[in-house]
Each structure stands twice: as structure tokens, then as C-alpha cells.
Design a protein around this ligand. Structure first.
Ligand SMILES: Nc1ncnc2c1ncn2[C@@H]1O[C@H](COP(=O)(O)OP(=O)(O)O)[C@@H](O)[C@H]1O
Ligand SMILES: [Mg+2]
Length: 310
């Protein structure tokens, strides 16, 4: 494993700083087309919506490279415009580093310069397979987010058609909630939501075909969209990473039980063990992570990137 400096948080001399679970965001001076953001993917990792105190060194770079690959893939197929403008840390104004603890080198490979958008507060989830909250809901009701599914499906079964299952985007610390198409329409507007459903399904179809050819099943994934200044719809945030998707190795896929995955599985299993032993209660703050969990998690992210984008 290469040793690189892990970035848990950033400090830049730029206005508008806000921190998500994984990303630090700043405002950049606008260009002719409008407002711009600097989005920095740190090495933070969250599980059960709690940010862990231990970073996964290099994760932010892996996520940025994979997201960038997909945003370009999506735009090049004409599916939707995206917020991505540049990934060149050289374009960040010098003044951002004046009196700041974070350097330009710290940021190399982990930034996106993006068009600032008004984010639609609906998580656009697409499921091609039945797992997670979709599987839970199906067992209780036979549907997912109001989409009726045939009886007798097993855990992780492939669906006949991918389905759009929106969720509300909740404030930091709260869990997102699955909602029906009607409920999500009331939040986003029916016309906008129909458009987001079409674009989400189109992205999922193109991306899952590419991934399958590389031996990866994209079981489900989440997109965020926003409105640009002139009212155009943009795909924003990250796309098709292990943080926003379930990736399964195709060669070991067996429906009827949980699958191996290219994501936080080791971390989640380790945390569940702590919970069983009453050493953690799934509330913030998270526990410090042992080195083998950090290394194995980073390896999973790296192998997903290599399979999908190299
Ligand atoms: N182009 C954009 N314009 C405005 N906000 C954006 C844009 N792209 C992403 N965001 C927002 O930036 C945040 C990304 O940081 P992240 O750590 O992933 O946050 P979260 O904890 O909400 O997942 C999200 O809240 C996302 O909605
Ligand atoms: Mg996020």
C-alpha cells in the first residue's frame, strides 16, 4: 500500500465553507456562465450516517477519479449535462492558500470545480436488484416506493426492469427516507421529477452495461440533480461510486443471500460486531478504526476504480 497523507478536513481561504459527510465545499469566484463551487473529496468515511474519526487514506482521490470518469461517460453519451467543469487543482486561485492549512498539493486529484446548482432535495435512487431498504420494503409490502413487484423475489434478485425509487434528502445526521413517486413529485414538481426519473434510468442503463462488461454489477445507485442559473437540469454531486452505489463482483453473484461488495462491507461488519459487543451504539461519534479495516476498505475502493475506469 502506498502511504499518502490522509486528509480528514480541509482549511482554505475561500468563502462559503460547508462540510458534508465526505466532502468540503467552498464558493469560487464566478466565471462568465455563473457561480462555481470547489468540491473537495476528503478521506472521511461514513457508515450508518455517522462520520468515522479515522480517515481512509487516499479514498477521496479514488472517489474523485471514479466520479469524474462517470460524469464524463454520462456527458459524452448525451444523457444529461453535469456540474463538472474541471478537476485541475491548478485552477484554484492562489489566494485560497494564503494563511490556509491546506496546500494545493493536498488537493491534487481530490477536487472538482463544479457549476453551482440549486440541489433538488430528492435522492434519485435506481435499483436493478433487490437489496438494502428496497429488499426490506419488498418483504413487508411487496412493493418498493410504491412500485409493485412480482411475488417470490429473493434477496439480491435481479429485477425485470430497473426501477426508480426516490428518497427524501434529509439534513446531516438523519436517515434518508424512501418515498413514493407522488410524494417526491410534491417536493420536486411532477414535471421535474418525471425528467429526473428518465435521466436516472438512462444513466443507470448505460453505466450498468459498462460495469457488467468489467465484471461489476451495479445493484443500485443514487443520483442528485440540481438546477443551474438558467433553469437547466444538471447532474451534480458524485456519481456511481462505492459511496453512492452497491457494487457486486459479477463472478460470485448468487441471489438468495447477501453479496460480497466493493464498498464499506468490511467496515459495516466490523461496526456491527462492536454494536453486538455493546462497544458502539451507531450514534456519533464513531469509533476509531483499526489499521486492517482502513487498509482493506481502501483496497476495495481501489479495485472498484481499477475495474471500472482503467
Ligand atoms: N453542483 C452542486 N451545487 C450545489 N451543491 C452541490 C453540488 N454538487 C454537490 N452538492 C452538494 O454537496 C454535498 C456533497 O458533500 P457530501 O459530503 O457528499 O454530503 P452528504 O453528507 O450530504 O452526502 C451534498 O450536500 C450535495 O448535495
Ligand atoms: Mg454525499
Amino acid at each position: 500500500m502506498q502511504s499518502e497523507k490522509a486528509i480528514l478536513e480541509t482549511d482554505l481561504n475561500l468563502p462559503g465553507r460547508r462540510a458534508g459527510k465526505v466532502r468540503d465545499i467552498y464558493d469560487l469566484p464566478p466565471d462568465e456562465q455563473g457561480l462555481r463551487l470547489l468540491i473537495v473529496a476528503t478521506d472521511r468515511i461514513s457508515a450508518f450516517d455517522v462520520v468515522m474519526p479515522t480517515p481512509i487514506g487516499g479514498k477521496g482521490r479514488l472517489l474523485t477519479e471514479l466520479s469524474t470518469f462517470w460524469l464524463r461517460f454520462i456527458a459524452s453519451r448525451g444523457i444529461t449535462r453535469t456540474h463538472l467543469l474541471s478537476v485541475d487543482a491548478g485552477e484554484i486561485p492562489e489566494s485560497a492558500f494564503r494563511g490556509a492549512r491546506t496546500s494545493r498539493e493536498d488537493l491534487a486529484g481530490r477536487i472538482m470545480i463544479a457549476r453551482k446548482a440549486r440541489v433538488v432535495p430528492v435522492e434519485c435512487v435506481v435499483r436493478g436488484y433487490l437489496e438494502g431498504s428496497g429488499w426490506k420494503e419488498y418483504q413487508q409490502t411487496g412493493s418498493v416506493c410504491g412500485v409493485k413487484l412480482p411475488p417470490g423475489l429473493r434477496q439480491c434478485d435481479r429485477l425485470a426492469e430497473p426501477i426508480f425509487t426516490p428518497a427524501t434528502k434529509e439534513e446531516m445526521g438523519k436517515h434518508d427516507e424512501n418515498v413514493t413517486f407522488e410524494r417526491a413529485s410534491a417536493i420536486a414538481g411532477a414535471d421535474v421529477l418525471r425528467e429526473l426519473r428518465e435521466r436516472s434510468l438512462a444513466i443507470y442503463r448505460a453505466a450498468s452495461e459498462h460495469a457488467l462488461a468489467r465484471g461489476i454489477i451495479i445493484a443500485d445507485t443514487k443520483f442528485e440533480f440540481g438546477m443551474g442559473e438558467s433553469g437547466e437540469i444538471l447532474l451534480v454531486d458524485e456519481a456511481l461510486t462505492p459511496d453512492s452505489s452497491r457494487f457486486w463482483p459479477a463472478e460470485t453473484y448468487r441471489p438468495g443471500a447477501a453479496q460480497q461488495s466493493f464498498d464499506k462491507q468490511y467496515l459495516r461488519e466490523y461496526l456491527e460486531e462492536l454494536v453486538r459487543e455493546h462497544r458502539w451504539d451507531k450514534q456519533s461519534p464513531g469509533p476509531l478504526l483499526p489499521p486492517e479495516i482502513v487498509v482493506r476498505t481502501a483496497d476495495k475502493y481501489r479495485s472498484a476504480l481499477e475495474r471500472l475506469a482503467h
